[in-house]
Design a protein around this ligand. Structure first.
Ligand code: ADP
Length: 426
């Protein structure tokens, strides 16, 4: 089975192709999870389109499992043209891995906003597309590019099923107490509530954590910390997300690379009353000019900030202190929501690589019986437990595999569809 995954950002597009082998299709009667590989396989083809380096130009990089590599810069901001060219490298040129577009069995799209309606992934049809379009009011940058990706695939791969995997779906079971903002209730009724994001990453980490700990996911109280350019936490009990730090938009919660995270809403009112401020400027300030970049005045990337601390730069130290303080206090809030803690998971660029952030974060949770093995923490751990043997809380570092999680969702959706058909025919 060949699963194509499209993961679109505002100014980038990642795509990859997984080949799960032919025999998997023949065993469709059984549980889909049982038939998938236990750990994420490497994709046989990967492509990245980046529009950020050179205004008006798309930089395309394609690589295959055989080691072939193809790069190209195209003068075009036309998403459809660039993505069509990129996807054609699946079956043409030196990076070809399939004979033609019909070799693909199913296509998965990461869709940022599924609103309250989509509690799980959905096979894309006219209703699903309409819902994604309607929800663009809540995700104005992302949902339209997700829809564009779907339209491009419909054109290139007609009749091949496509699945929408929503970033919000993992958080769809939040209780009203968790998702309701304390504003006049009519706004909640209009959809202004907490949704949560990074769902595919939190879901992948939940399952991988259970696998590493050899425990049933239903018996675990977990906090997954997705710390990349965007940062969020999920509190997971009985396998379900019961609390999270992102809210109506991915701006709420933790300090991030360029996003402020939660701030006093009174600041927004104050700033909007300034003569030189308007809504678009405030949007840019909170989403692109704040966070680690805003405090340090230097970089959104943690690596140079850590290096600058060693040189005695007080502003970068403050940026990291604020980041860690916010992280610790939100972890504390998640522990309270869970009523206890079995394991904490660090993932994404910062979570997987920054030993110093893991150490500083864990330091304040020793009172829970959480003890980090400092040596293991420093040894570039990946997919392993870095707590001491006697720690009452396990500490895991997991390499997040969002694209693989999307592929797994496609597989499950396909299996569900097959079972439905079989039931109808029997
Ligand atoms: P995205 O959310 O865009 O996928 P990533 O998950 O790649 O982002 O995370 C990017 C962040 O990870 C950046 O802040 C970067 O500094 C940080 N990071 C990556 N590698 C390291 C490292 N070796 N040490 C510290 N931070 C790192």
């Amino acid at each position: 089975m060949k699963i194509l995954v499209l993961n679109a950002g505002s100014s980038s597009q990642k795509s990859c192709l997984y080949d799960l082998g032919g025999d998997l299709q023949d065993n469709s009667q059984d549980s889909p999870a049982g038939k998938l590989p236990d750990t994420a396989p490497a994709p046989i083809w990967e492509a990245m389109v980046d529009w950020t380096h050179h205004q008006g130009f798309a930089e395309i990089t394609v690589k295959t499992h055989r080691g072939d590599r193809w790069t190209m810069e195209i003068e075009s901001s036309d998403r459809a043209e660039v993505i069509t060219k990129t996807l054609a490298t699946l079956w043409t040129g030196e990076t070809a891995v399939i004979a033609d577009p019909t070799a693909i069995n199913i296509i998965g799209h990461r869709v940022v906003h599924g609103g309250a309606k989509y509690r799980e992934s959905a096979i894309i049809n006219a209703d699903v597309k309409q819902a994604i379009a309607d929800l663009a009011a809540f995700a104005p940058v992302h949902n339209p590019v997700n829809l564009a990706g779907i339209a491009i695939c419909e054109h290139i791969f007609p009749n091949i099923p496509q699945v929408a995997v929503f970033d919000t779906a993992f958080h769809a079971h939040l209780s009203p107490a968790v998702y309701t903002y304390a504003i006049p209730y009519k706004y909640t009724e209009q959809g202004i509530r907490r949704y949560g994001f990074h769902g595919t990453s939190h879901q992948y980490c939940r399952d991988r954590a259970a696998q590493i700990l050899q425990r049933d996911v239903k018996d675990l109280r977990l906090i997954t910390c997705h710390l990349g350019n965007g940062c969020s936490l999920a509190a997971i009990r009985d396998g379900q997300c019961i609390d999270t730090t992102m809210g109506f938009t991915p701006l709420e919660g933790l300090v991030m690379g360029t996003r402020s995270g939660s701030i006093d809403a009174g600041i927004l009112l104050h700033l909007l009353r300034q003569p030189d401020m308007d809504v678009d400027k405030l949007d840019r300030l909170l989403n692109r000019e704040s966070g680690l970049l805003g405090i340090s005045g230097m970089s959104a990337d943690l690596r140079p900030l850590i290096a600058a601390i060693a040189e005695g730069n007080p502003q970068t130290k403050l940026a990291i202190d604020v980041f860690v303080h916010r992280l610790r206090s939100h972890i504390g809030a998640m522990v309270a929501s869970l009523g206890g803690l079995d394991a904490i998971v660090f993932t994404a660029g910062i979570g997987e690589n920054a030993a110093i952030i893991r150490a500083l974060t864990c330091e304040n949770f020793e009172f829970l019986g959480l003890h980090l093995d400092q040596q293991l923490n420093e040894q570039r751990p990946i997919d392993c437990d870095i707590a001491t043997a006697d720690s009452q809380v396990r500490v895991l570092v997991i390499h997040t595999q969002e694209d693989w999680e999307i592929a797994r969702e496609c597989w499950s959706a396909e299996e569900k569809g097959k079972r439905k058909k079989e039931k109808a025919n029997s």
